[in-house]
Design a protein around this ligand. Structure first.
Ligand SMILES: [Zn+2]
Length: 372
C-alpha cells in the first residue's frame, strides 16, 4: 500500500475514517477511499493553512470544491458565492417537527409516530457518522427511504416524507410497479407449493388474493377479521362524510376466505401468537418472501399487490376519484402522484366522452363553417 505523502503546499483530501468505517480503516489511513467516511481537506491555499471537514462524503464533490478553491487562489468563496451552511440532520428534524406541530397542526398520535421515526433516522445517522442532511446519499438514502416507506405502509405516518426526496439516479423503484399478469400467475402457483410453518397453503393463497383484490396494506390485511365481510363485500373504512366504503371480492377469493379455520377470535390471518399488527405483518412478509422466491419474481414486495389492485382498475377505466376512495387516500393528489402514468386508458375514455359532447353546429364547406 502506498504511504500517504503529505505535501503542505497543495491541498490534499482524504477520508477521516470513523469507528463505523465500512473498510474498518484507522483514522490515520489517508489512502483508503472506498468507504463513505467524511472527507477532509488539509494543506495550504492562498495564505491560509487549512485542516477541516468538507461536509461531504462524495469524492467528486470534494475534488470540485478543492479545484474551485485552487483556481480562486483562496479557500474563501468570492462574496457572491457565499452559501448558507449545510443543514444538519438535527436542524432538519427540529424544523420538520416545528412545522408539524404549529404549522400543520398534526394530531398527538401522528406527532408521536413522526418523533419515533425521526429518532430512528437520527440513530441511523449517528451509527453512520452522518451529521449533515446531504450526507444521506446513495445507499444510505435508499435505507432512509425504505424506513419511511415501511412506516407509511404500516400507517405509522400519514404520508411518506421520504417520497419528496429524489432517489439516487439509476435506481429504478420496481417496488412501485404492479405485478404483471404472468407474475401473478406464478405467485399463485408458488403459494400452492411453498412449504410453510404454522400456516396452510390455502391461507397463504387467500392472503395473497385478498391483498390483490382489496388493495389493503399488508398490516391491515394481517389483522383482517371475518366480521368485516358483508356477503362478498369487504368493509374498508368510513369516510369523513360517514359513508362506508366497501370493496367487492371475487367469488374465488371469497371461497378461500370462508374456508379459513379461525384460530383466534375473528382474525382470519393471525393466531393467538401474534395479535400485534407489526408481528403479524412481519410473519406474512416472510411467508410472502418465500413465495416470491419460489415464483422467481424479482423485487417482489407486498405493497405491489396494492399497486396491482389500483393499476388494474385504472387500466379498465375506473376513474381516479374512485380508485382514490378505494385506496383510502386522504386526497386525490396522492393517488394522482402515484398512478398518473397508468391513466392512459382512462385518458382515451375521457377523450371519447368529450368528443361525444361536441354538437354539430354545421358542416365545414370549403374551410368555412356554415351554422345551421
Ligand atoms: Zn472509512
Amino acid at each position: 500500500m502506498p504511504r500517504f505523502r503529505y505535501n503542505g503546499d497543495v491541498l490534499s483530501i482524504f477520508r477521516l475514517h470513523g469507528p463505523r468505517c465500512s473498510g474498518k480503516k484507522s483514522k490515520h489511513d489517508r489512502t483508503y477511499r472506498r468507504c463513505s467516511c467524511p472527507i477532509h481537506v488539509e494543506g495550504k491555499c492562498g495564505d491560509r493553512f487549512l485542516r477541516q471537514s468538507l461536509h461531504t462524503s462524495n469524492w467528486q464533490k470534494a475534488q470540485r470544491q478543492v479545484a474551485a478553491a485552487e483556481s480562486r487562489g483562496s479557500w474563501d468563496p468570492l462574496p457572491e458565492e457565499v452559501q448558507v451552511p449545510p443543514l444538519t440532520i438535527a436542524e432538519a428534524k427540529e424544523r420538520f417537527l416545528k412545522d408539524a406541530e404549529s404549522g400543520r397542526r398534526l394530531g398527538d398520535s401522528t406527532l408521536r409516530k413522526y418523533r419515533l421515526m425521526l429518532l430512528h433516522l437520527e440513530q441511523f445517522a449517528a451509527k453512520k457518522g452522518f451529521l449533515y442532511l446531504k450526507q444521506l446519499d446513495g445507499e444510505s438514502l435508499e435505507r432512509v427511504k425504505a424506513l419511511f416507506r415501511f412506516a407509511s405502509e404500516n400507517d405509522w405516518i400519514d404520508a411518506n416524507p421520504a417520497r419528496l426526496v429524489r432517489g439516487p439516479a439509476n435506481i429504478r423503484d420496481t417496488q412501485k410497479l404492479p405485478f404483471e399478469p404472468v407474475e401473478m400467475d406464478r405467485i399463485v402457483e408458488a403459494c400452492r407449493q411453498v412449504r410453510l410453518q404454522g400456516c396452510t397453503n390455502d391461507n397463504l393463497l387467500a392472503f395473497v388474493l385478498v391483498l390483490r383484490y382489496s388493495g389493503l396494506r399488508i398490516g391491515d390485511a394481517s389483522m383482517l377479521t371475518i366480521d368485516r365481510f358483508k356477503d362478498d363485500d369487504l368493509f374498508l373504512y368510513t369516510q369523513k362524510s360517514g359513508t362506508h366504503v366497501y370493496v367487492p371480492l371475487p367469488p374465488f377469493v371469497m371461497n378461500l376466505v370462508r374456508a379459513i379455520k379461525l384460530r383466534h377470535g375473528q382474525y382470519l390471518f393471525t393466531g393467538p401468537e401474534s395479535v400485534r399488527m407489526e408481528t403479524a405483518s412481519d410473519l406474512w412478509r416472510r411467508k410472502l418472501a418465500q413465495a416470491f422466491t419460489l415464483a422467481k419474481v424479482q423485487s417482489g414486495h407486498p405493497h405491489r399487490f396494492r399497486h396491482t389492485f389500483a393499476v388494474e382498475l385504472l387500466k379498465k377505466g375506473v376513474p381516479m376519484e374512485e380508485v382514490s376512495i378505494l385506496l383510502g387516500h386522504s386526497s386525490l393528489r396522492i393517488t394522482e402522484k402515484h398512478y398518473a402514468s397508468w391513466v392512459q386508458a382512462r385518458q382515451e375514455i375521457l377523450k371519447a366522452h368529450v368528443a361525444k359532447t361536441w354538437e354539430t353546429f354545421g358542416v365545414i364547406e370549403g374551410g368555412k363553417a356554415k351554422v345551421r
